[in-house]
Design a binder for this molecule. Structure first.
Ligand code: GTP
Ligand code: MG
Length: 198
């Protein structure tokens, strides 16, 4: 995968500081610690574009990254992280609701799930939510490097079944081994430029 030309644009806490831009946005969502920020770094070929933490709950704001001057990747806080106060949860919830409810630039959602486990209740709820909002969803099964090769197909089939999406639409990825990145990137490009993709 060729490195993408990527630059950090802004960290936003709410609609008053969303970037003033018409570029299409591709939002990376998933449970806390599933590997959203690592995926953004792997995809852009940068080690520290997005902040990666060893403990869950690292990303607390919406972080916008300009890609090739053509579109934006958006890193958002993970869901399902229990160790937040009610006040923090409420703040995060409003930030995400406003963004998904009101931001017109959102082109598609990359929903990351952990390849090692069946999707959680949170994963299923979130994917239902995106379906209801009519958003196109691309699923990435992260940390596939941690699943033994002989069990990978079965793991992907479980995810496909539980999420009720075709197997070919579940992209296995490893941000550590940098595998599966071209495939999911091409799926994103197809959403961004349906007329030019093969
Ligand atoms: P929050 O910001 O807390 O929501 O987490 P996140 O989804 O952004 O996860 P992050 O990228 O910070 O990664 C969490 C942990 O998983 C880190 O320790 C990463 O090194 C590890 N990790 C991420 N992707 C992979 C992967 O593909 N394979 C393996 N083995 N580890 C990974
Ligand atoms: Mg993160």
């Amino acid at each position: 995968m060729q490195p993408l030309k990527s630059t950090f644009v802004v960290s936003s806490s709410g609609k008053e500081n969303w970037p003033e831009s018409d570029l299409p946005e591709v939002v990376v969502v998933g449970r806390s610690n599933v590997g959203k920020s690592s995926f953004i770094n792997a995809l852009t070929g940068k080690k520290k574009l997005a902040y990666v933490g060893s403990t869950p709950g690292k990303t607390q704001l919406l972080n916008f990254f300009d890609i090739d001057g053509q579109w934006m990747l958006v890193d958002v806080p993970g869901y399902g992280y229990a160790k937040l106060s009610q006040a923090q949860l409420k703040k995060l919830g409003k930030m995400m609701d406003d963004y998904f409810g009101e931001r017109e630039n959102i082109a598609c959602v990359i929903s990351l799930v952990d390849a090692r486990h069946a999707p959680s209740e949170d994963d299923l709820d979130m994917i239902d939510y995106f379906r209801q909002t009519g958003r196109k969803i691309i699923v990435g099964a992260t940390k596939i490097d941690k699943v033994p090769k002989t069990r990978r197909l079965a793991a992907l089939k479980t995810i496909s079944r539980d999420l009720q999406l075709p197997l070919k639409n579940i992209y296995p990825i490893s941000s550590v081994e940098k595998s599966g990145l071209d495939e999911i990137y091409n799926a994103v490009l197809k959403e961004l430029k349906p007329e030019t993709a093969e």
